[in-house]
Ligand binder design. Structure first.
Ligand code: G6Q
Length: 545
């Protein structure tokens, strides 16, 4: 069954939210904190994760209205439909089952009259065996050496999830060193090959379709490079593939034992839990990979079974809708206070923006309200010394997610309190700001004269009242990372349901791809056809020696 069609802006709760917004839009959070229970009331503690959403410009009524909106948009049934394998990705006639690939062995999920769990467990086992055998050295290279480096060749969903997780869990690394080649920019692949020894490097081509220009070009460049030093026969020992396209894999010459399947009911950007995560498993070992899945599975259960007011992904999604559709905020920032999570914002950019960047609703009509947010961010504290100025004193309201960990990973790390004091200080400063009186008091203590003080005053004031969510996690582990990623996946789902859009297709990526292949032909033949004036003149410049 497909998702219900409800225009959110026509629901009674949306209309009530509109009038409620007029009443509360200027409320100061620091005033609302006169209610001493606010922090407790607006915190959800779940396992090793706590979400404090009290530093937001909303009150109990706002929350109740947002929760009503979720109910009126049929969220409960929609969650059921997704987990049960209903074909909710209607434009591609597919189920959406990234939750199934991390499900436990005793579950039953039926797609096209067949329980898919046994085949998922089988493919999980294959990942485990391959991982263990490469790490232990049982699987060897063409020249009988143990592998030392692993290169993931893929792009978009076949790159961003794996590279983000591998970077995030670097601390838990196996003896293998991971590399990622994604861009069709030949300099990217050549730069990476520069460091590698063909005799000890394993390549994984990850491509659901096995036709993606970037991935196939890079795979072919690498194949030539490998053949040049080890000969044609080495391909069978040095390449593995993750794909649905068995014909192309065979033509490429990949050993059928090193082929890992994918399913059409898992979208690229949600696929890191499947064999797309093979490079993750090799990088952190099969036990840690299983723990990553376990963390996501726990978040799935929380999402599926918790009431909406205690449901972390639901609350995050509703808060984000509140800012996007009522405060008209265009962007949202994600600031992890862990250098390990430096790639999380880029990963979320794809997950959020490719999923919910849609202007047509589930009826095929143009939406009359805003949908997907622009996601951006970087790690704290680095971003404090870069773009935080604009968040504190700029003209735009930018809700931020702050993600921090109670414990560092290295025992000998003596700087964690410094990192975390910045983490807490920023959300406090963003909310409290600094008023005229306080700035004046401070300046009066300086050696400046009255005129100098009066001049400086407005520049040193902070309006405050800037919203943040604080996501505090016990420790960065494969399991907690799994939960964190799944949390954002479900947030995306909830927003897509409420905005009445299809979150699991990505037609917007197609147009540029089609044009690029046409243009490549013209460039190779040096025969540019008629384009718009600007493109024509640029092509002429490019083709001129
Ligand atoms: C993700 C998208 C897209 C896709 C890449 C790679 O959800 O579908 O980013 O993952 O275009 O596609 P292939 O895996 O088919 O090479």
């Amino acid at each position: 069954m497909s998702l219900k069609n409800t225009n959110p802006s026509q629901t009674s709760s949306w209309k009530s939210l509109n009038s409620h917004f007029e009443k509360v839009k200027d409320l100061e959070m620091k005033e609302m904190f006169k209610n001493e229970n606010r922090a407790d009331d607006f915190t959800i503690n779940w396992g090793d994760i706590s979400l404090d959403f009290s530093k937001n410009r909303l009150n109990k009524t706002t929350l109740d209205l947002l929760l009503n909106l979720a109910t009126q948009c049929d969220l409960k049934n929609s969650i059921e439909k997704q987990f049960n394998g209903d074909k909710i990705n209607k434009t591609e006639n597919r189920a959406v089952l990234h939750t199934a690939i991390r499900a436990s062995a005793d579950e039953n999920i039926i797609v096209d009259n067949k329980n898919i769990i046994p085949s998922i467990i089988k493919s999980r086992q294959k990942i485990k065996t391959f991982t263990d055998d490469v790490i232990s050295g049982k699987i060897k290279s063409h020249t009988n050496k143990i592998f030392k480096d692993v290169v993931n060749i893929g792009i978009g969903g076949s790159d961003l999830g794996p590279v983000m997780v591998v970077e995030s869990l670097k601390y838990y690394r196996s003896r293998l060193k991971s590399h990622f080649v994604s861009n069709v920019d030949g300099d990217h692949v050549l730069e990476i090959l520069k460091e590698l020894n063909p005799e000890t490097t394993l390549f994984i081509v990850v491509s659901k379709t096995f036709t993606t220009q970037e991935t196939i070009s890079n795979a072919n460049t690498i194949k030539d490079w490998l053949e040049a030093s080890l000969g044609e026969k080495s391909i069978k020992s040095h390449f593995a593939a993750v794909s649905t396209n068995t014909k192309e894999i065979e033509d490429f010459g990949i050993n059928s034992e090193y082929v890992f399947s994918m399913n059409d009911w898992v979208g690229g950007r949600f696929s890191l839990w499947s064999s797309v995560g093979l490079s993750i498993s090799l990088s952190i070992g099969s036990k840690n990979f299983e723990n990553l899945l376990e963390g996501a599975r726990k978040m799935d259960r929380h999402f599926k079974s918790s009431s909406f007011e205690k449901n972390i992904p639901v609350i995050l999604a509703l808060i984000s809708i509140w800012y996007n559709n009522f405060f008209k905020c265009e962007t949202e920032a994600v600031i992890p206070y862990s250098q390990y999570l430096s790639k999380l914002p880029a990963y979320l950019q794809q997950a959020v923006m490719e999923s919910n960047g849609k202007n047509v609703d589930r009826n095929g009509e143009n939406v009359s309200y805003q949908t997907g947010n622009v996601i951006w961010g970087n790690t704290g504290t680095n971003s404090q010394h870069a773009f935080f100025q604009l968040i504190h004193q700029g003209t735009k309201l930018i809700p931020c997610d702050f993600i921090g960990f109670k414990k560092p990973l290295f025992e000998q790390n003596t700087q964690h309190d410094k990192l975390m004091s910045n983490f807490f200080a920023q959300t406090e400063a963003l909310m409290m700001g600094k008023n005229h009186k306080d700035v004046e008091l401070e300046l009066n203590k300086s050696t400046l004269n009255k005129d100098e003080i009066n001049f400086l005053l407005p520049f040193k004031e902070f309006n405050g009242n800037k919203p943040t969510n604080t996501i505090l996690i016990k420790k960065l582990t494969p399991e907690s990372l799994g939960s964190l990623i799944a949390m954002y996946e479900h947030k995306i789902f909830v927003q897509g349901v409420i905005w009445n859009i299809f979150s699991y297709d990505q037609w917007g990526v197609e147009l540029g791809k089609q044009l690029a292949s046409k243009l490549l032909e013209e460039i190779e033949k040096k025969e540019p056809k008629t384009h718009d004036y600007s493109t024509n003149s640029l092509l002429k410049k490019y083709l001129k020696n």
